[in-house]
Ligand binder design. Structure first.
Ligand SMILES: Nc1ncnc2c1ncn2[C@@H]1O[C@H](COP(=O)(O)OP(=O)(O)OP(=O)(O)O)[C@@H](O)[C@H]1O
Length: 688
């Protein structure tokens, strides 16, 4: 049996670190060499410019390009090896394939590393086929999918390591799945400014999602803290590795809730050796789609307006536009519009008249294409068929005039008017209420874009080959229909129905699946972020019987009552002081609204420390004390969370319940809620 003592493992580690350092030095030399070559080649070109003939100059340019290429490759490799020097690997599996005489030991790390001369693999990339054994099996019979087919055999040993700065912190012989001890240690650590990679402790159910290569659309429905975002990013890294010839990081687009969130997740892919991917918020995407058609309210402004006042008509407009049926209604309306709003007329050119019947025939012959193209096609047919008095083809100017005339025959050419007319047509004119001239509510943004795409015809965005959509519960079916049209590529869509920040426009899994009928759905039910005490507390706010909390213990959440607001603010300041004297790194004060967050930020400014107010204009997420509001805090996490103003007045509606749930589930280790007067009804039993 293969068994090496810890001492032998330490020796092995030293050996690997030595080899890595040598390789690192070699890469550094290579980088310097190629830069020197570039400088010399440029110098040569400069000095001998006059004497060189064009062929020699071209050859010199090729040399320079080759050196640049070699330099960039060496620099990338140097970066990867540099990362391995500090932590070369985190796992090992000893696997004996049935057709091999003995087991091979495979060390698994964030990147692969092989010996230069022998090309022997010393470290396997966590995404390599054999590394899947580490995530999927315990000691015993095991198998993995290799390029040449399924490899069956026996895993004779499995180990986990924590290596920091090239030194082994601990090593665990694990006969179980990814050992709970290691996971516990990882989860009890402090939160960071940036999301961390989880390669060393990916769980089996997460691995299934990460390594799924077949799904055209994958929907990940996961409870709060189940690792959805982490898993989706690891999935991207896996797909980039697996399909490196056809997929690069510039082909991946992530639609994320805001800039601070993008900044928060921005380290994961670079840590995994991949470049950062493109990202955009829904609003940025919408602005691009609408061009200068009109301005619009943002999603946050919509949610904030809902929180500020109870406007049933406003809520109803949002609800109406979040229905799945709206997609078909818009399509049906446009078909109606094409027939009824097109009024054929005679086209009179100098000495030729094209009768309206001929115009109508051409328009009818061009059915089945988007309206704009249909009008152009009808005009082209007319132009092609018409002749001058002399039997000649029409001059280009006449063709242009026909085109303009046919376009005018569609009586509502303005898209915004055409959209408004939709509500008259369905007998619900009250459902369209612009904020101002050419200024629409957020609920109208995607129905309008969808109509625009139907009218103009959607050109798919070719560059994007994989689309990642986070916080899926906040997007309506029409939003998905727009995404489906513009990005007919593979997709990973993730979210949690219980974390909707706007109950009037939240979308159920069933509705998303109706837009993507072939999507594979995977569920993540285990929650990793918070201690058992915090998870149980949050579950009493929003029960979910299927959620499986991780067995990690900490302090019971505190619910602190104060006599008045002044005392409450004083209490929050005191909690901040306690945090500053603790070992925790991040404290999130998560309010319900932005106005409350501003109030708290001002009130605790007296503390001798930086207080970061995080709102939609923030570009980054910082350690220390952050004051924010639930909508903004989605997807983020803090070592400690304080939820101020947890009283009956502030948290009373279903929307408030969701926001309170989002706020509480941001806490990893410690949670405190403060209030004056009567406690919020959702919290009455939460603390028991
Ligand atoms: N397998 C794992 N090993 C270690 N940590 C994990 C693992 N899975 C998840 N985590 C940790 O759990 C926390 C939550 O992960 P993540 O933010 O990806 O979850 P989420 O489902 O997107 O959360 P939410 O929807 O609540 O924002 C993170 O700190 C992440 O590092």
């Amino acid at each position: 049996m293969l068994y090496e003592s810890e001492a032998a493992e330490r020796e092995h580690l030293q050996d690997i670190v030595k080899k890595l350092r040598t390789a690192l030095q070699a890469m550094e030399d290579k980088v310097s060499d190629s830069y020197r070559d570039i400088i010399e080649a440029k110098k040569y070109l400069w000095v001998n410019m006059a004497q060189l003939d064009p062929a020699e100059r071209a050859a010199n340019q090729v040399d320079i390009s080759l050196s640049i290429d070699a330099g960039e490759k060496a620099a990338a490799k140097r970066q990867r090896i540099g990362k391995l020097v500090s932590s070369p690997y985190f796992g090992r599996v000893d696997f004996k394939a049935w057709d091999r005489p003995e087991a091979d030991a495979c060390y698994i790390g964030v990147h692969a590393f092989s010996e230069e001369e022998s090309q022997r693999n010393l470290i396997y990339d966590w995404r390599s086929p054999i590394a899947s054994l580490f995530y999927d099996f315990q000691v015993g019979e095991a198998h993995y999918e290799a390029p040449m087919g399924n490899v069956k055999g026996e895993m004779t040993a499995k180990r986990q390591y924590k290596i920091k700065d090239g030194v082994m912190d601990y090593m665990i012989e694990s006969s179980m799945n990814i050992n709970d001890d290691v996971l516990q240690k990882e989860l009890s650590g402090s939160s960071d400014e940036k999301m961390k990679n989880i390669v060393a402790t990916i769980q089996q159910e997460q691995n299934r999602i990460i390594r799924n290569e077949t799904a055209g659309e994958m929907i990940i429905q996961g409870v709060a803290g189940s690792g959805k975002t982490s898993v989706a990013l690891h999935r991207v890294a896996y797909l980039l590795y697996r399909f490196k010839d056809t997929l690069t990081s510039s082909n991946v687009l992530i639609i994320s809730p805001n800039k601070a969130f993008s900044d928060y997740i921005s380290n994961v892919l670079p840590e995994l050796g991949e470049e950062m991917i493109l990202e955009a918020s829904m609003e940025e995407f919408a602005a691009q789609e609408l061009g200068n058609l009109c301005r619009f309210q943002t999603f946050y402004e919509q949610s904030a307006a809902l929180l500020e006042e109870r406007d049933e008509a406003f809520a109803e407009r949002i609800r109406f536009k979040a229905r799945l049926d709206l997609i078909v209604e818009l399509e049906t309306y446009l078909k109606h519009a094409e027939t009824h709003f097109f009024e054929a007329e005679d086209i009179v050119l100098e000495r030729t008249v094209i009768p309206k019947e001929a115009v109508l025939d051409s328009y009818q012959a061009a059915t089945g294409m988007p309206l704009q193209q249909r009008l152009a096609k009808a005009a082209a047919i007319i132009g092609g068929q018409s002749r001058t008095e002399d039997g000649e083809r029409l001059a280009p100017d006449a063709v242009r005039r026909i085109k303009a005339a046919v376009k005018k025959m569609f009586k509502i050419p303005n898209l915004l008017n055409l959209y408004k007319e939709f509500y008259n047509h369905i007998g619900r004119p009250e459902m369209y209420k612009p904020i101002g001239k050419k200024w629409i509510e957020f609920a109208d943004v995607f129905p309008l874009i969808y109509l625009k795409l139907l009218v103009e015809g959607a050109e798919p965005v070719q560059l994007v080959k994989h689309l990642l959509v986070d916080e899926m519960q906040d997007y309506t079916p029409v939003q998905y229909a727009v995404l489906a049209q513009r990005f007919p590529c593979k997709k990973t869509i993730l979210g949690d129905a219980t974390q909707s920040v706007n109950p009037y426009s939240s979308t159920s899994l069933a509705d998303i699946k109706a837009v993507f009928p072939r999507a594979e759905t995977m569920e993540l039910l285990k929650s990793y972020r918070s201690t058992l005490e915090i998870t149980n507390f949050a579950l009493r706010i929003k029960p979910n019987r299927r959620l499986l909390p991780i067995e990690r213990h900490g302090e019971r959440p505190e619910v602190l009552r104060y006599e008045n607001m002044e005392e409450e603010i004083g209490g929050i300041r005191e909690l901040c002081r306690q945090f500053l004297n603790s070992k925790l790194h991040s404290l999130g004060i998560v309010c319900k609204t932005k106005a409350q967050a501003e109030q708290i930020a001002q009130a605790i400014a007296v503390l001798q420390t930086d207080v970061h107010l995080l709102d939609f204009s923030s570009a980054a997420f910082h350690e220390g004390i952050t004051v924010t509001f639930a909508h903004m805090a989605k997807g983020l996490e803090f070592d400690q969370v304080i939820v101020p103003f947890a009283d009956r007045e502030n948290y009373r509606s279903e929307m408030d319940r969701s926001l309170l749930y989002v706020a509480c589930t941001r806490a990893m280790h410690r949670l405190c809620l403060t209030y004056t007067g009567e406690i919020a009804p959702f919290l009455e039993q939460a603390g028991e």
